[in-house]
Write a protein that binds this ligand. Structure first.
Ligand code: XMP
Length: 512
């Protein structure tokens, strides 16, 4: 293997494993996660500069506890064991792991020996996230204790000569205040990494990989105009050019000018093989009189598949179907069923209907911010890359109650004004999602000398990082005032504008 700098993360099924990978990459060192069963030969082939053992739910002394080949300790490669990873290291090298009477969980003050290379530059006391029941009672020979808490005698240990380190807490989560510094110390002080990995390297490697994998076969991609499918499509296009076909289903529920913008970028800027299907009438026909939000979602989702399928059939057999799945989608689908609030994200479906050999998900290991960086690397315009999330069912769930073209047009105009004024006020980057909703309330107003009886527009804007919880944005009154006055003056059939001041929970971000 060439001398590409790589840190290998050995997965023992901990819940934060992807975060470890992410933290390492944030330090500009490329990382990959591999199952704990990976053979020593395969590990050697990858030639890692360092190895990180993740945490995991098992107890190392149980019969079926996950363990990798102990030969890993003979490779001469630095190893950092986190939580279960440290316990596995201890058990394998002759130390003792025991079960504590009580689980230690939460942010804990840990005493760290900052003379160790791992804790260089840190204070002696650090807040770290502990989450364990088992603990290291005796370190293996050659190791010394470099950290403890009031209830955990070995919160960290090292064998400096062999470059083996273990920590009981989780440096990868934000609750561990100096966690990234600890990971960076491991990478640079212990593994002697250079830290020259950049998103541009990922892009180059992915294009090369996809080129080799797909060769001159054909791929198909459903383009929604959202960030993920756009980045996936451009990446594939760079790899296989005209052998990629993108189908963009315009369901008539997009924001003002959105369909044309997508077409402009993909057809004109990138010269991608793009089929735009204008299916507005078909969608509105199916949605006629439907008022229940979940029923709307279902119809829109199904209709989308039908339109896509019809177009795909015209192309005939393809070898690959490209999907813009990103890492958070992978985690979400991996988790157990939680209470269903809304049937989000339109996942599933497509593969059953299209004749293809294999799914390609080039962004599967990336977090959203990494996808955005990839997009910029690929030359996708900033306004598309930093676009706020837009739900699959589009304005279909922002017009409350039944949908008509007239209502959708009213909403499009009002929403456009809101977005324009947010931009003019320089608030775009502060607000994570903001849009207008056409309520099905009509109220009395006065315009000139006459009475009006028209629609109420609601403005919604939230600040959030994960979209699971959100707080309503405190947009300055003068901005709201301008938006309101422009909407009632410029958009026919709207005579009242209200601002939604509920957070999530109890409200959701979308109104339907
Ligand atoms: P809620 O309304 O549940 O929204 O607070 C959280 C995030 O999910 C988006 N959302 C959807 N995305 N299909 C999607 O692709 C949907 O049906 C859907 N419903 C909500 C919403 O815009 C917000 O970002």
């Amino acid at each position: 293997m060439e001398d590409k700098e790589l840190v290998l993360i050995i997965d023992f099924y901990g819940q934060y494993n992807q975060l470890i990978a992410r933290r390492v990459r944030e330090c500009n060192v490329y990382s990959e996660i591999v199952p704990y069963k990976t053979s020593i030969e395969d590990i050697k082939k990858k030639n890692p500069k360092g190895i990180i053992f993740t945490g995991g739910p098992a107890s190392v002394y149980e019969t079926n506890a996950p363990k990798c080949d102990p030969a890993i300790f003979k490779l001469g490669i630095p190893i950092l064991g986190i939580c279960y990873g440290m316990q596995f290291m201890t058990d394998s090298l002759g130390g003792t792991v025991q079960r504590a009477e009580k689980r230690e969980y939460g942010e804990t003050s840990v005493n760290l020996d900052n003379c160790s290379k791992l804790f260089e530059g840190l204070d002696k006391q650090n807040i770290c996230l502990m989450s364990h029941t088992d603990f290291v009672a005796k370190v293996p020979e050659g190791f010394k204790v470099i950290g403890n808490t009031s209830s955990c005698p070995v919160a960290a240990m090292e064998n400096e000569e062999k470059n083996f380190y273990g920590i009981q807490f989780h440096p990868e989560v934000n609750n561990t205040v100096n966690g990234t510094k600890i990971i960076s110390n491991f990478l640079f002080n212990v593994c002697k990494c250079k830290g020259d990995w950049k998103m541009s390297s990922f892009v180059k490697e992915q294009i090369e990989y996809l080129k080799n994998k797909i060769g001159d076969k054909k791929a198909l991609c459903a383009l929604s105009g959202g960030v993920d499918s756009s980045v996936a499509a451009v990446l594939l296009h760079k790899a296989i050019g005209k052998n990629l076909t993108c189908i963009f289903v315009d369901h008539g529920l997009l924001r003002k000018n959105e369909g044309d913008e997508v077409e402009q970028v993909f057809r004109k800027q990138f010269d991608i093989n793009l089929i735009r299907v204008n299916a507005e009438e078909q969608f509105l026909e199916k949605l006629k009189g439907v008022t229940e939000p979940e029923a709307k979602r279902k119809i829109i989702g199904e209709e989308f598949i039908r339109v896509f399928e019809k177009e795909a059939k015209k192309i005939g057999k393809v070898d690959y179907l490209v999907q813009g799945t990103i890492y958070p989608d992978v985690i979400e689908s991996g988790l157990g069923e939680s209470a269903k609030i809304k049937s989000h994200h339109n996942v599933g479906g497509l593969p059953d209907y299209v004749d293809f050999k294999e799914i390609i998900e080039p962004l599967r290991d990336l977090f959203k911010d990494e996808v955005r960086k990839t997009g910029l690397e690929l030359g996708i315009p900033e306004n598309l890359v930093y676009r706020q999330p837009f739900p699959g069912p589009g304005l279909g769930i922002r017009v409350i109650g039944d949908l008509t073209k007239e209502k959708l047009d009213i909403l499009r105009d009002a929403d456009f004004i809101f977005r324009e004024e947010v931009k003019n006020a320089g608030l775009e980057k502060d607000l994570n999602q903001y849009f207008a909703v056409l309520t099905n309330i009509r109220s009395v107003g006065v315009m000139g000398d006459g009475r009006t009886y028209d629609y109420t527009i609601a403005l919604r804007s939230v600040k959030t990082t994960d979209f699971m919880t959100a707080t309503w944005s405190k947009i300055p009154y003068n901005v709201l005032e301008k938006v309101s006055s422009r909407i009632v003056n410029e958009v026919k059939h709207v005579n009242r504008v209200v601002y939604d001041i509920t957070s999530k929970p109890p409200a959701t971000i979308e109104w339907e």
